[in-house]
Ligand binder design. Sequence first.
Ligand SMILES: C[S@@+](CC[C@H](N)C(=O)[O-])C[C@H]1O[C@@H](n2cnc3c(N)ncnc32)[C@H](O)[C@@H]1O
Length: 198
Amino acid sequence: MERFQNTGQPDWDWWSKLWPTPGATLRDLGLESGESVAEVGCGSGYFALPAAQIVEPYPVYAIDLNEALLDELEYLADQQNIENVNPVHGDARNLTAVLPERVDTLVVANTFHGVDNQSGLVEQALDAIEADGSLIVVNWHDYSRETTIVANEPRGPPTELRMTPEETKDAVLSASAAAFDRQADLPPYHYALVFERS
Ligand SMILES: C[S@@+](CC[C@H](N)C(=O)[O-])C[C@H]1O[C@@H](n2cnc3c(N)ncnc32)[C@H](O)[C@@H]1O
């Protein structure tokens, strides 16, 4: 298993300054109670844990190839009495094989920029979603890295890997029969695209 390019888990000190309320972001993007969820490249759970709180008792499958981050996620889930998050150790390149069941919502947050075979991942992501389910992609805007400052330092992936919303939308729509639902701006430096499986 090999990590996608420039997809290290950010340190929570500056990450939490940038995303003070990840659960509110997920709700704004349409996540509701009673949905099952998978997050591809969940890291230590910055989004997967609040997702689990929103949808409980339905499952959140938190997929990552870094076991140490999944251990941290399990520890944090325990601390927060979250029982419906299921760590899944595996490579997102084999998404449909590692995910135990189809889900209502699949989240790819801060990871898509580094995926080597984006169309392959999108095809599998759509296969992993229920017929009326959603795919949410959260990305850094394609602003130059020097300008995306958090806690006094430039953050995020290298400028050349960043994707415009149009590029991300094209990557998803050209690889699948997904239907574009909407784009949301997530200031100061991010956007999200929501797709429906049609
Ligand atoms: C930038 S972090 C984002 C973590 C989380 N989604 C967030 O937004 O806070 C990207 C995560 O993707 C994981 N990752 C990278 N390549 C992967 C792969 N091929 N399969 C599964 N996870 C992968 C990394 O281990 C890392 O935890």
